[in-house]
Design a protein around this ligand. Sequence first.
Ligand SMILES: [Zn+2]
Length: 358
Amino acid sequence: MFYIWLVLVFLLGACAGSVVNYCFYRLPLEKSLFWPGPRCGRCLRPIRWFDNVPLLSFVLLRGRCRSCSERISPRYPLIELLTGLLFAALFYVEIGQNVLGLPYLQMRRAAIAAGDIPAPAWAVFGCHAVLASFLLLTSLCDLDDMAIPLPITITGTLIGLACSALFAWPFPGAERALPSVSGFVPPRLPTGLYPWPVWYPLPVWLPPGSWQLGLATGLAGALAGMAVIRLVRFTYGMARGIEGLGVGDADLMMMAGAFVGWQPIVLSCFVAAFPGLLFGIFQLLRHGNQPLPFGPSLALGVVLTLWLWPSLGDFEALRLVFFEPGFLGGIIGGGAVFLLLAGLLFRFILGTPPKAEL
Ligand SMILES: [Zn+2]
């Protein structure tokens, strides 16, 4: 039964991919999403609903417009396929394998394997599927013309904040949250849809499972995503004498932060360096020293960090890093000094590049 859900989720993803396509085509051109309706780019005839079925229509029409036979870019079915696979993978990994380590899902393993997916599990999947769709859309825009349209990231941030208020840590199951005021440090902080709350121990006015705690967690994530990238960009760029990362990257991380909270967002900036390095080497080998969009790496970094979060291990050590103001300040200061030195070093070795090169 679980696998029937997997197929349905794939089809849902293909439909979401169709929406992603539509936004990807229209938003960078600053076209309206709602008027006019979908139409062929050449003959401008409206595309009827039965010619707009994800994946299927492309095959049935043999990749051509019904009215004028203009070739339809294979980009569209590819993105639909990709989104479908992304949704199916997300469902398999998060609900089937419970990689987020949610106790609620652990307790219902047998039921889930039998295809009985409880509503909170759908909520967890739903939030992350929306996040994944937005990350895919922003990555595509960034790959296409090195820019991430602000309407996408703003919309994503608002949806993320709504999710954070609706499904506050430790969703699902507020009853398993630990007492917040006793000063007792648990061996493990339970993970929820949002891996961790905004702060721990929780202040009295932010009880577990409350929308206030949820919104604070989402807002802190959005602010952290925006601030970290800008800080990195400013510090490194100042030392190096260039602008390092685009502002769109900060917007992307603001959006992702609203969905995952501030701790994973900060870590994912570092994790993103690994796919970034791989893409960078690949780009250098294939196209020479060209500017590289960093959005896709950041998106991958966010997903990887989210999935790896429960296996980070010892809470005692992590608590020190994330919930001790002095230690946290030290790390931020140390990071800034490191970036300054790295920037100065590269400036010394490579010189200041002309402005157009970025
Ligand atoms: Zn046409």
